[in-house]
Design a protein around this ligand. Sequence first.
Ligand code: ACM
Length: 633
Amino acid sequence: MKKTILAALAAFSLSVSIAQTKSPAIIPIPASLISQSGKFVLNNQVGISVSNQDAAKQVAQQLAQHLSQSTGFKLAINPSLQETGIRLQLLTKPNTNLGTEGYQLKVTEKNVTISANQAAGLFYGMQTLLQLLPNEIVSNKVQPNKTWTIPCVSIDDQPRFGWRGLMLDVSRHFFTKAEVKKFMDDMVRFKFNLLHLHLTDDEGWRIEIKSLPKLTSVGAWRIERNGKWSNSPKAADDSEPKTYGGFYTHEDIKELVQYANERYVTILPEIDVPGHSLAAVAAYPQLSATPGEHKVYQGIPFMNWFAGGFAAIVDNSISPANEFSYEFIDKVMTEVAQLFPFEYIHMGGDECAKNFWEKSPEIKALMAKEGLKTMNEVEGYFVKRVEKIIQSKGKKMIGWDEILEGGVSPTANVMSWRGVKGGIEAAKSKHNVVMSPTTFTYVDYVQGEPSLEGPVYASLRLNKSYQFDPVQEGMDPKYVLGGQANMWSEQIANYRYQQYMMWPRALAIAESVWSPKEKKEWNGFFKRVENQFDRWDLSGDRYAKSVYDAIVTASKDEKGNLVLHIDSEIEGVEHFYSIDESAPDNYYPKYSKAVTLTDDVQTVRIISYRNGKQIGRQINLPVTELKKRAEKK
Ligand code: ACM
């Protein structure tokens, strides 16, 4: 009897302490996390001990380095596992549940133990451990009077997908080698493991190909144009110096690959052909089916986009009808395959305009010779030959989902971007698929109120990104390698703005590709995101707070009056507005239901508050803009 009462009391006090323990704000949320009472105290007496393997030692060194920046502690690394302190253990008897990237992390008052089958697991365990520490751990400066505690927890964690990617477009904006390294540092914190480098496009060729030197001497440089993309008032004048650009040498790439390896990141190189190839064609005009001079992007429009399609104003494609094109691709792929250890090479294949091909005698001759009936079949012929070249270098080909349109080979792999339908179709045809649909993962799209953001034609809010699921209905999961977010840089002119656009939306993608689907929950996620905001403030990294701004739409009622609607992505936000040309605060009318605007109103101003504090930016919308929004509805 006494025993039962004692057991009941023990169970009660355990449940109370669990209830009182705040759940740690880890992103992506681990597969299993049990909070316990108590904490481990980190001080400069704590050692890091490792099971004696080089890979574990490397992670231990990285951990010591991370911890020293903000704590100032110089933690000793002991090459044999100790009873106390921080312990990194590579399991000699594999735990099959953990796979190649999973880990267990156990924090008690006595020690902190990370166990994994492979070093990548220790590395991800380390990322989780860093997130368990107080936020100041991310500071680049020593925080002298801080007490560093780690809450007791027991975590079992492994990724849902092996392909957890971020794409960086280094063509439209050239990101330096140091910036690409920083990009990797930013991504691995949230357990991304794949960096897709979009290395070539109309705006610049960014990788040295020693056998084709003009690709970088000509193709990597353009005239400098600021302002809105593709909106320069004048084309390049040949007398203007081509000062904008850059490229990675072989040595640079080797350094980046090494940096990636040390962080368990794989780099996927993309050479985008046959479209998006103005820089290549400018360097080697023989590549084009259209005779004449070709220039790297000049700041003026070169493609026409219209409802349901597009056409090139200048031919920016590589000709499928010319043997020189295949010799060229062979040379490029030879060097790319040697430089990047990853088993895949991305060949692009997206958005190839065919209007110049339609007029080209050499394309017509190819069609007659090969029995090709449509322009998509012409592109399909090209893609199949490119795949053979890539395979001849011992690699697998992946391409954007347009490659399905020309009748692709069964071994091709597909990156689905035009919504999810290409991915569904590809998986149904038994192609491996990486999901990166515009509808959830295009982080170059506007993330909040358009009048406050950059000039991009499409919108994607954090809440929508969080709904990303790489496995869509009708897909056999065995064909889904994973997912990624894409950062196109036509309108991204610097690294800080890249961060602003990437984060926090990439957190939503990280959780969608790492965490079990059933663990995802928006309100809980957003609380953890807000904790991450504090961390970025402390580390000096940039991110967007656009999620706090009001979502403003408009409609017309049956009498033709303009009606204002305000919504929010998150709970607990109040919106106050003015219609009298003054700036509102939280004593102004509070929005609670649709507001009919009378004809005399000129501007609506809206501001967001939470718990009496302003959190969103002020939005000022002229009625003319609201009328446009009403028309779009
Ligand atoms: C793409 O966004 N054109 C792949």
